[in-house]
Ligand binder design. Structure first.
Ligand SMILES: *[C@@H]1O[C@H](CO)[C@@H](O)[C@H](O)[C@H]1NC(C)=O
Ligand SMILES: *[C@@H]1O[C@H](CO)[C@@H](O)[C@H](O)[C@H]1NC(C)=O
Ligand SMILES: *[C@@H]1O[C@H](CO)[C@@H](O)[C@H](O)[C@H]1NC(C)=O
Ligand SMILES: *[C@@H]1O[C@H](CO)[C@@H](O)[C@H](O)[C@H]1NC(C)=O
Ligand SMILES: *[C@@H]1O[C@H](CO)[C@@H](O)[C@H](O)[C@H]1NC(C)=O
Ligand SMILES: *[C@@H]1O[C@H](CO)[C@@H](O)[C@H](O)[C@H]1NC(C)=O
Ligand SMILES: *[C@@H]1O[C@H](CO)[C@@H](O)[C@H](O)[C@H]1NC(C)=O
Ligand SMILES: *[C@@H]1O[C@H](CO)[C@@H](O)[C@H](O)[C@H]1NC(C)=O
Ligand SMILES: *[C@@H]1O[C@H](CO)[C@@H](O)[C@H](O)[C@H]1NC(C)=O
Length: 541
């Protein structure tokens, strides 16, 4: 908002008297041109979004100035503190007869709109992260949206939305309507509301519409491609939580093994197993960098280390078979010939201790007991046992597998988000990128690989509009030793807008000061010589 009539006297430029200054000028009519543009940020000037099956309850709109927050893009570790000026619009709507109340935040840059709309996903048991993603998105010029889906979680209200108590109306009664908001409805609503509000505010529709999300947000991205294929031009669906009805309860397998044997490994013993596995498999991709790029060729098991020595907080110990059982449960997953409802495990360079082997230990780390895995445990309590008081650490093995079975039966059609037929998305010209950290410590990458294989089976040329990249050494959404593809969104925009196909995904310097070009699946990185920190020292094959 640069005044055309005059420039601000210096004294006012950084003064809190600015508002008073304006209110003096407005009656004089001096600021008419710039103020007219500012005043568009008012409910009176915003057209009510039109949405089949929804009734708009309220629209609030106010300019927000100098809003400052720490923010990142989904699947990026290059966040920071951003200060933004935007039109802050909150649309509240309900689905008549459902008694829900959904809040969609639409944040529109006051200056420097890049002509694009970006909807942002959530994670955990939420559909949106609010300012955590919105601030960065607005700072980079996007008209941006996030939704709370009518849930008490998300939109910045909690950092880690693991609360699933909203999924029950009372013991044994699932709130199917709210669950459907979480699964799909709210995400599409947010997109349509956001696009319409953007058009109404700028008097011009966005040139391009994008979706970006990681984890639960990655699942929302795939959902849009599968079920609402015409809404977005480009979708960045990172580490997608597809098949969550399977992998979430199956992730409790290692806890089950701990509880059955009443053996709870020490944190540094868990880390020692990881180190030992990395030491054994690190070189298989040609370079020793703490990263296992090709997990399928890493055949070592936790049992192979039994009796070998490791050092735990300066104390020399040997790996025990009871600990090996627990570690191997996290690595191999609950899949076995007899257990139809099992799932893959985590790769061996991932931080298995956090979600899959939750322990609480004495301050000196001498003894541990079972800890709480908030994300995994909540699913079992609320959606399988449907009882908030259920003790998910006192199950029989049969109960665990019955639970995995019933979870699959009850929720796969609503939440699985694994339809491999993307023909309508292709037809509407959509482009999509998925990457998944191979050291993901929450969502086993194998589920994403299996889904992409299905997509290719359905359409062997799916590569032309949907590309999947493995990110070796990267944890859940970011983190880990591996270089992170922070520029994935830019590469997606290049693909959508200029038809520049992302041949590789550029991953920037990770903890080891390394850069890599991530390979399009099914290719994997292979060292060809040179400085291993240099991307050009690797090729895809
Ligand atoms: C926003 O911050 C800038 C720079 O610190 C300052 O000049 C300006 O007065 C602030 N605006 C408002 C509305 O607070
Ligand atoms: C945006 O507006 C909503 C509702 O009017 C308000 O609750 C919220 O605090 C505002 N956010 C910012 C960053 O100004
Ligand atoms: C959006 O499209 C219009 C033409 O419809 C063009 O003038 C404008 O530069 C485009 N904006 C961006 C950011 O691409
Ligand atoms: C306990 O183990 C954890 C994980 O290895 C470590 O971060 C922490 O420093 C240890 N605490 C003590 C007192 O050794
Ligand atoms: C990368 O980091 C790991 C763990 O910190 C270390 O073991 C490895 O030697 C490092 N590799 C390089 C090439 O620096
Ligand atoms: C992932 O799938 C491959 C191929 O089916 C299999 O060999 C591997 O063991 C699986 N990995 C995990 C961690 O389950
Ligand atoms: C665990 O389950 C057994 C029976 O399966 C029951 O007798 C026991 O009370 C339970 N323990 C707790 C702490 O709930
Ligand atoms: C994919 O879906 C399209 C349209 O919905 C349908 O025409 C086509 O037969 C499907 N393809 C496969 C392989 O299932
Ligand atoms: C990386 O490799 C390129 C091409 O071989 C070379 O020009 C560049 O200097 C290398 N950079 C580093 C940091 O080694």
């Amino acid at each position: 908002m640069k005044p055309t009539v005059f420039t601000f006297p210096k004294i006012f430029q950084s003064s809190t008297n600015m508002l008073a200054f304006f209110s003096i000028l407005i009656p004089l009519g001096v600021m008419i041109a710039p103020m007219a543009s500012a005043s568009r940020c008012s409910p009176a000037f915003i057209d009510k979004p039109d949405l089949v099956g929804a009734s708009i309850i309220d629209i609030e709109a106010n300019e927000a100035h100098n809003f400052s927050a720490v923010s990142i893009g989904p699947g990026s570790n290059q966040g920071g503190q951003y200060t933004i000026n935007f039109c802050n619009i909150t649309v509240t709507h309900t689905h008549p007869g459902r008694n829900d109340k959904v809040h969609t935040q639409v944040w529109l840059p006051l200056k420097g709109w890049n002509g694009r709309f970006q909807a942002l996903g959530g994670g955990g048991y939420s559909t949106g992260f609010g300012s955590i993603y919105l601030t960065h998105s607005v700072a980079t010029g996007f008209a941006s949206a996030s939704t709370d889906g009518g849930l008490p979680t998300g939109n910045g209200k909690d950092a880690i939305p693991t609360d699933l108590s909203w999924a029950l109306t009372s013991e044994n009664n699932v709130d199917w309507l709210l669950l459907e908001n979480y699964a799909s409805k709210a995400t599409n609503d947010m997109a349509l509301i956001g696009q319409q509000i953007t058009k109404s505010y700028y008097k011009k529709a966005a040139n391009y519409s994008y979706f970006a999300g990681c984890s639960g947000g990655g699942r929302q991205g795939l959902l849009m491609a599968q079920k609402y294929p015409e809404v977005f031009d480009g979708i960045l669906a990172i580490a997608p939580a597809i098949n969550l009805q399977n992998f979430i309860p199956a992730g409790m397998w290692a806890s089950q093994v701990m509880n059955e044997n009443k053996h709870y490994p020490l944190p540094c013993e868990i880390e020692a197993f990881t180190k030992a596995a990395v030491a054994a498999c690190d070189r298989l991709d040609g370079v020793e960098d703490g990263i296992i790029s090709d997990p399928d060729s890493c055949h070592i098991t936790a049992y192979d280390f039994i009796g070998k020595a490791y050092t735990c907080n300066g104390v020399r110990s040997t790996f025990t078979s009871s600990s090996a059982k627990v570690i191997q449960a996290a690595w191999s997953g609950s899949r076995s010939a007899s257990e139809k409802y099992g799932w893959s495990g985590l790769n061996k360079d991932s931080a298995i201790g956090s979600a899959y082997i939750p322990t609480e230990c004495s301050t000196n780390n001498k003894t541990c007991q079972i800890g709480e895995s908030a994300l995994l445990g909540a699913w079992f309590k609320y959606l399988i046992a449907k009882n908030p008081d259920y003790d998910d650490n006192n199950m029989t093995r049969a109960e665990l597998f019955e639970g995995l079975h019933s979870s699959d039966v009850d929720y796969s059609s609503m939440l699985g988000t694994n339809d491999a037929n993307l023909s309508k998305f292709k037809k509407s010209g959509g482009k999509m990128i998925t990457w998944h950290g191979m050291a993901d410590e929450v969502i086993p990458p194998n589920g994403t690989i299996a889904y992409y294989e299905e997509v290719l089976k359905n359409n062997p040329k799916a590569h032309d509009f949907y590309r999947f990249f493995e990110a070796p050494g990267v944890g859940h959404c970011y983190g880990g030793l591996g270089p992170i593809p922070n520029g994935a969104m830019s590469q997606l925009m290049e693909w959508v807008e200029k038809d520049h196909t992302p041949v590789t995904l550029h991953a920037t310097k990770g903890k080891n000061d390394t850069a890599r070009d991530l390979c399009p699946y099914p290719l994997r990185q292979k060292f060809i010589g040179g400085d291993s920190r240099n991307a050009t020292s690797f090729t895809c094959r």
